[in-house]
Ligand binder design. Structure first.
Ligand code: SF4
Length: 366
């Protein structure tokens, strides 16, 4: 053992017991997914909690579990229904991967989740940290985890600088995460460190005075809470734009088109989209003849790697035109009696803003 390993062992020896004691006294233990710690329930919660806060996840999780109480029910569902229950949570690749992984668990593992890290990681959407968390919480297997919350806690506690997404920094963090992970009570520890990052060691203004590991925390001792974890050097985010056509029938139904399975918003239902206004107008007149169209207020949507400006082109029509046949690709969507399909967030927001808003407001926007 090197000096560094020894030092790390000593510091971790303070960290882990203090964290566990705090969790047993104050940690959250009544969240919906903590009621029954099966691999299926823990897996769904871990995926939903990626990039999403607990309070937002709870109602989605409850609805999801009511409809898909086990992996077999999820595997047997249609992708449309899964994405329907995901609508509004964002990062839809998570929902698609969840569905694919459920089908693999049923087809290849007879409905039982694999019980090794490698087996778990071979499923779509499950990386090393998520696999470790599921096995630690549901099967009490000792595996370190390293999600965003854990990275924040460890970089601050041990005073580790450098952007945590960089390979060398990440490798180092895995070593620290491993040194802190106990052999016993690993399920509680795993929930405890995620909980600490989510409720006490939060991104801005961490609550150090309430923190169970503050005594030996390097960031607190040196006033480095606001500079750790080190931020990524930001490049300018690319901007893109698109023209979304909202064809609204006089009964309020709006035309939606299914996105191709691969790519942006894969498998979700959205408005027909075009790269420029001319093509959008052409498409409209080819299908609906000479209908008046109007531009509504731009809608901005941020993706991980770029920002998208959506220009809504609104056309209100009378009856159902012959040139649109409903089926796998198009459907008339009635927001007052919604069908079970997955919608993109801009679609949900724009329907609220331009279709179901009161008439006076609609006119002011057109
Ligand atoms: Fe985070 Fe403060 Fe606790 Fe250090 S003392 S781990 S900075 S909350």
């Amino acid at each position: 053992m090197t000096h560094v390993d020894e030092d790390l062992g000593v510091v971790a020896a303070h960290f882990t017991p203090a964290l566990l004691e705090w969790f047993h006294r104050h940690g959250r233990k009544h969240l919906p997914w903590q009621r029954e710690l099966t691999p299926y329930r823990v897996w769904v919660s871990e995926i939903m909690l990626q990039q999403t806060q607990v309070a937002t996840v709870i109602p989605y999780y409850e609805r999801f579990m009511a409809r898909f109480p086990d992996v077999g029910a999820l595997a047997a569902a249609s992708m449309d229904e899964v994405l329907h229950l995901w609508t509004g949570l964002g990062y839809y690749a998570r929902g698609r991967n969840l569905h694919r992984a459920a089908q693999r668990v049923v087809a290849e593992y007879g409905g039982d989740f694999p019980d090794t890290l490698e087996g778990m990681q071979s499923l779509p959407g499950i990386g090393r940290s998520t696999a470790g968390a599921i096995l630690a919480i549901s099967r009490s297997q000792r595996h370190p985890i390293l999600d965003g919350n854990v990275k924040r806690v460890l970089t601050r506690y041990f005073g580790i600088s450098g952007f945590p997404g960089e390979a060398t920094v990440e490798r180092k963090l895995w070593t620290f995460a491993d040194a802190c992970t106990p052999a016993h009570d690993v399920g509680s520890y795993t929930q405890a460190i995620m909980d600490l990052g989510a409720t006490i060691c939060v991104r801005s203004r961490p609550l150090c005075s309430a923190c169970p590991v503050s005594t030996h925390c390097v960031a607190r001792r040196n006033g480095l809470q606001s500079v750790l974890p080190t931020r990524r050097v930001r490049k300018e985010r690319p901007q893109r734009e698109t023209f979304a056509v909202l064809v609204i029938r006089d009964d309020g139904a709006v035309l939606l088109e299914k996105r191709p399975a691969a790519g942006l918003w894969g498998g979700l239902w959205a408005f027909p989209q075009f790269d420029d206004r001319t093509r959008a107008s052409q498409w409209l007149s080819e299908r609906f003849g000479d209908v008046p169209e109007a531009m509504a207020e731009i809608y901005e949507h941020g993706f991980t790697h770029f920002d998208l400006q959506i220009h809504p082109v609104v056309a209100r029509i009378g009856g159902v035109p012959a040139r649109i046949s409903e089926g796998d690709v198009h459907q008339w969507y009635d927001a007052t009696q919604p069908s079970k399909i997955g919608l993109t967030k801009p679609v949900v927001d724009l329907i609220k803003r331009l279709v179901t808003a009161e008439p006076a407001r609609q006119h002011s926007l057109l």
